[in-house]
Design a protein around this ligand. Structure first.
Ligand SMILES: [Ca+2]
Length: 422
């Protein structure tokens, strides 16, 4: 996968021209060597942002004025964006909506792409089941639902959506294994290889009875027997002898005699992504963290809206059409093949209108909220900057209309579901 963001400094149009030429070449549309070009696109995903500094490049003026030290072209944009910030110097400080949005979406997308790792082959009956779980270290009762992605719709209460993502991290095993002879602390898998001491695994009865176990012994000479005891065990990954975290001697758990076993690896993640309204920070809480199951990790500031929808392949044609984007909780989780998300980023600084009369001019005042692909049914709900209901005070720094916004939107395929399902 390769990405290319062009013209972070405005007024240097060659980068954008080059990247379009390159795309034509790669797509075999030019005569150079269509055969070679087609092969390139067969093997990589190329993501192109042709005009990263849209503000700067739209501020066209004579070259002598915009970029005096540059030799042509006649009319060019400005180096900084409209806030006067050089975007190519802003990747660390992240002061602009462009940088904040890039950071926010990069982190969110990277997580969502992993959704379903370890259990993508689950059946219709298994996905959506409540996994009985107990955490001796942190929360005690820790049941969760077996599904790659879950969207909590904020529309009814006028707040941003939140998104829960679940994925395993086994380096050895990502398929399901049949098992039988299940007891309170052991089971017999068709083959146990890939399941390591310390791994978490979901046992199902093939339907809606599910339970989380932690593998504590894989050393039986019998090629099939795995144990999930409640005492100390020796961890495969760090070699230490320690108390088991996810099996409990006291918690009441369903006894599952036979069914499927899904390996989630030693450190699965159940990340709940949300926006902290007090600080406008996008971040997540990992409910299975080994450090702190309540810690909010912020990844980007200035994020004031998040929207998400399921790509629900209702007609099972392996494509998601416009009508198949929905917030309705899925009946059949195997049909959720993608999610699309949008993040709304606001500039930090109030754009003060020069005079009272300008304060009502469309030039200084947004007339409508920013939009995304799902706006028709799920628009961004705009509030005052201090979080109170929109009161639209003319010229006030507390009025959302006097700021700049960027919407970052992505369709994210759930590859572990796509690959795991027929
Ligand atoms: Ca479809």
């Amino acid at each position: 996968m390769a990405s290319s963001a062009n013209q972070p400094r405005g007024g240097k149009p060659r980068g954008s021209e080059f990247v379009f030429a390159r795309l034509r070449y790669e797509s075999g549309d030019w005569d150079y060597n269509p055969k070679v070009a087609a092969n390139v696109l067969d093997s990589i995903v190329l993501v192109v942002v042709p005009d990263y500094n849209a503000d700067g490049n739209e501020a066209l003026a004579a070259q002598a004025r915009s970029r005096g030290a540059q030799n042509g072209p006649e009319m060019v944009g400005t180096r900084p964006n409209a806030q006067g910030i050089n975007l190519n110097r802003d990747y660390v400080r992240a002061e602009t909506p462009e940088s904040k949005g890039s950071l926010a979406m990069f982190n969110l997308e990277r997580d969502l792409r992993l959704a379903g790792m370890g259990f993508g082959t689950s059946s219709v009956g298994e996905l959506g089941c409540v996994v009985n779980a107990f955490d001796n270290v942190a929360s005690g009762a820790a049941s969760f639902t077996l599904r790659p992605i879950s969207i909590t719709d904020g529309d009814p209460t006028g707040v941003p959506d939140s998104i829960e993502v679940l994925y395993g991290n086994s380096a050895f095993f990502v398929e399901n294994e049949n098992f039988g002879n299940g007891t309170a602390a052991t089971l017999a898998a068709d083959t146990k290889y890939g399941f390591k001491r310390g791994d978490l695994a979901v046992m199902t009865d093939g339907g809606a009875t599910c339970r989380l176990i932690q593998i504590t012994d894989d050393t039986s000479p019998d090629k099939s027997v795995l144990a999930f005891g409640t005492g100390n065990y020796t961890d495969y990954y760090d070699g230490t002898n320690k108390p088991v975290r996810w099996n409990s001697a006291s918690a009441s758990m369903p006894l599952i005699g036979a069914g499927n076993l899904y390996d989630l690896g030693p450190s699965p993640r159940r990340d709940v992504w949300s926006i902290d309204p007090a600080t406008s920070t996008l971040g997540f809480i990992n409910r299975m963290s080994t450090v702190d199951v309540n810690q909010f990790f912020g990844v980007a500031e200035g994020v004031v809206g998040m929207k998400a929808q399921y790509g629900y392949d209702a007609d099972a044609d392996k494509k998601i059409t416009d009508a198949e984007w929905t917030k309705v909780q899925p009946v059949d989780w195997t049909k959720v093949r993608a999610v699309r998300v949008a993040l709304l980023i606001r500039s930090r600084d109030f754009e003060k209108p020069p005079s009272a009369s300008d304060a009502e001019s469309p030039k200084y005042r947004l007339s409508a909220p920013p939009t995304w692909s799902g706006s028709a049914t799920s628009p961004f709900v705009m509030k005052n900057v201090d979080g109170t209901a929109d009161s639209d005070v003319i010229g006030s720094p507390n009025n959302w209309r006097y700021y700049r916004y960027r919407v970052y939107e992505k369709v994210i395929p759930l590859r572990n579901v796509i690959w795991g399902q027929p």
